[in-house]
Every structure is written in C-alpha cells, then in structure tokens.
Design a protein around this ligand. Structure first.
Ligand SMILES: Cc1ncc(COP(=O)(O)O)c(C=O)c1O
Length: 400
C-alpha cells in the first residue's frame, strides 16, 4: 500500500530528516539541523588539525561559550553549569555525590525515566538507603494531587527528591517551582530532571532554585547527540566531583589557576579524551534554533505548544477519547489514548511505520490496557502530518 505523505513545515528543509518518513517523535531523540551538524563538523576538523592545541588550550574557552549561551537560555549563572553526555549521566553524577547512609530515603515517582530511576536504585541499594517510588495519580491528574502525593511521602530521613520537569512517556508538566519550594521548606534537596527542558519550555533556574538540575541539549534545543547540562547550586559545588576523575583530581590548585575556573567547572570540562563537539555546538544550536523565528526560541516554544494542543485535540476527536492531562500541565508533548484495548504499543508503532511511514512514539497507558500516542511537535512538523497520523491509526484499529 502506498500513501501520499503529507508535507512537513517549510522549516523541515533546515533538517536532514528522511523525506520518506513522517517524523512525529521529536521527544525521544530530537533532530539536529544541518547548520548545527555543519558547525559540529567544523569544530571536529579544527580539533583534528591540532588536537594538542585543542585539549590543552582551546577547549576551556570553547566550552565557556556554550556554557554562557545555555545559561542565558535557562537563566542560570554560566559557572553553575557543566556539561555531561546526557540527562541519565547528569542524574548518575548527582546521586554519586550524595553521601547516602543506611536508612536514608530518596524519593522518585513511577513516571520518571527508567534509566534515571535505575541509577537512584543502584545507589540506594549500595548504601542501604530506601528508594521510595511515589504512585503519582493518572487520569484524572491535577497539580494539587501531584504535590500531595509527593509531599505526603517526605520524612525526616528524606535526602533527595527527583522529579521531571516533563515526564517521559506520560508527558506531564510537573509543578516544578511549587514542588521545589515546598521540599526546600522541609529541608529536602531536589533533583530536577529537565531532559525535556532547554528549548522545550521556558526555564528559570534562578527563580526555581533547585539543588540540582540536569537537562538535555540534544532534544528540544536540537543540538548534536551527546550533550546535557548539569546545574549544581553554588552551595553544593565545593567537593561535587564527576564520576570519572581525570588527571588533575589530586592536584587541583595549579590546574584551576591555569584554566581559570572553579574546580567544579574544571573537572567536568575535561574528563579524559573524548568527543567534545556535542558540548561545543550548544552555542551554535542556541543561535540556529533562535534564527528559525523572528521571536527567537521563546516564540518557537509557544508555537510548538500551540501545535501540540491542536494535534492532541484532533487526535482525541479522531479516537473518540478525552484529553488525559489538563492543558495547564502540558508542554509541547501530550499523550492521547488509542481505543484499542489489548493492543501491544509496539505493534501499533511498527504498523504505523510499515504501512504509513510514520515514526511515532506509542506508549502503554498506565491507567488501562490501551496504547497511547505521544505527540511532541517541533518546528519541522505540520498539522497535516497529525491528520494523516489520525487517519492511519483509525484505519489500523478499524475505526470507520
Ligand atoms: C524525562 C526524561 N529523563 C531522562 C531522559 C534520558 O535522556 P538521555 O537518554 O539523554 O539520558 C529522558 C529521555 O527521553 C526523559 O524523557
């Protein structure tokens, strides 16, 4: 069966997406514009021309350029940010720096990203601490019930609470600022997982004031794969060390005098010889994404949210199902229930690709045995693509 594929938006030309695929899953791995890939190639070539010069001298200033660009976007002081390969690594570095003791508690939720929860779990098991997994509400869900579900589990043994800015499969935009405030009032540290953060929704680290925050550049900022930031509150930076120690770890004073930065920045800026180009292009990604709209990244985030709500509504209409999360708790990602009880999400995803050339994220519904589609529109998507997807799902599940 061959179908005429709907056109993406005109901005799709700026990306290297396969024209024979209707790509509706920006939320999982992002997509990187050609200009950013070109910038990455240029960085790579420059490094290869004189690697010694780069790793010994140029690297520090080059990483500072990205640190500043990102700090401006999420309203954080640049020196409070370091780069890691991904949000999972950000979480692993934080938990490795919490001196967990037997009997301590770490709180997470059932909707956190599995890899992040796994890192917490191992750290708790090794320390003899307890990992509390909060049973967050689902359909119906509202801010108050989310807040009370988490706050009710806090005890005087709670050392850290981790939660997402936007949860992964369920796409709930958590009441981050309120949660952080309430937890800090109880003396509990917070780890905000903003994997869906920079370039996704407006972020204000200074106002929110989490203890720790990690977030991906390779998702909504459309940067190259393999870069996330890790923010650590100034009060916690002293002695906060990467999981991987490098050459200067036990001789820090002369090293930071040479690189002219804090030990916190210095240790994360060089963690052994590796590909630093994903970190270097963060500055290029901020510039490129901002150039796609007169109103810059702020305007793009508003447009993506508006398209998400429109796509959610048209898919709900087509499925005959109701929205699962209130609009006030959504970013540019949303889930829609597909009325096909018992259908394996993987089967639906594979049939969408095989029969309709649609790449879509299909996830299980935590409240039942139906699959859900998660939409996550980015600038290259068009609303026609979601209409095509709605028709495709109706045809697969036999809704006439
Ligand atoms: C909420 C959340 N946290 C963490 C991650 C992990 O991101 P990464 O694979 O870049 O470590 C994801 C990935 O989708 C996510 O959605």
């Amino acid at each position: 069966m061959t179908h005429t594929l709907p056109s993406p938006s005109s901005l799709a030309q700026q990306f290297v997406l396969d024209p024979d695929v209707v790509y509706l899953n920006h939320g999982s791995f992002g997509a990187c514009p050609r200009a950013v890939l070109d910038a990455q190639s240029a960085h790579r070539e420059r490094i290869e021309r004189d690697a010694m010069r780069f790793y010994i001298y140029d690297l520090w200033g080059d990483i500072d350029r990205s640190r500043s660009a990102l700090g401006g976007l999420i309203n954080a002081d640049a020196e409070d940010l370091v780069f890691v390969s991904n949000a999972t690594s950000g979480v692993a570095n934080v938990i490795a720096n919490i001196d967990l003791r037997p009997g301590d508690q770490v709180i997470t939720t059932r909707f956190e990203y599995p890899a992040c929860n796994n890192n917490l779990r191992r750290a708790c098991e090794q320390a003899g601490a307890e990992l509390v997994v909060v049973d967050l509400p689902w359909n119906p869900i509202d801010e108050e019930s989310v807040l009370s579900a988490i706050m009710d589990r806090v005890t005087d043994r709670t050392r850290l609470v981790m939660f997402s800015l936007i949860t992964s499969a369920t796409a709930i935009r958590m009441p981050a600022e309120r949660l952080i405030n309430e937890l800090h009032e109880r003396g509990v540290e917070t780890l905000l997982d903003a994997a869906h953060g920079p370039g996704c929704v407006p972020m204000d680290i200074k106002a929110w004031n989490p203890t720790y925050c990690t977030g991906n550049a390779h998702k909504w900022l459309c940067s190259a794969k393999g870069c996330a930031f890790l923010y650590v509150h100034k009060d916690k930076q002293d002695g906060f060390r990467p999981v991987i120690l490098s050459n200067d770890a036990y001789d820090m004073e002369p090293a930071i005098a040479r690189s002219d930065r804090s030990a916190f920045n210095h240790e994360f800026d060089y963690m052994g010889t590796d590909d630093r180009t994903p970190m270097l292009v963060v500055a290029d990604a901020v510039e490129t994404l901002g150039s796609f709209s007169e109103g810059g990244i702020a305007e793009l985030m508003r447009r993506n949210l508006a398209m998400c709500l429109e796509a959610r509504d048209l898919l709900c209409d087509a499925m005959g199902t109701a929205p699962m999360v209130p609009d006030s708790m959504l970013g540019p990602l949303a889930t829609i229930e597909v009325p096909a009880p018992g259908m394996d999400p993987r089967t639906l995803r594979e049939r969408l690709m095989e029969e309709f050339r649609i790449e879509a994220m299909i996830v299980p519904n935590p409240g039942g045995d139906t699959p859900m589609i998660r939409v996550s529109p980015q600038v290259y998507n068009s609303i026609e693509q979601y209409r095509y997807c709605a028709d495709a799902i109706r045809s697969i599940i036999g809704l006439s």
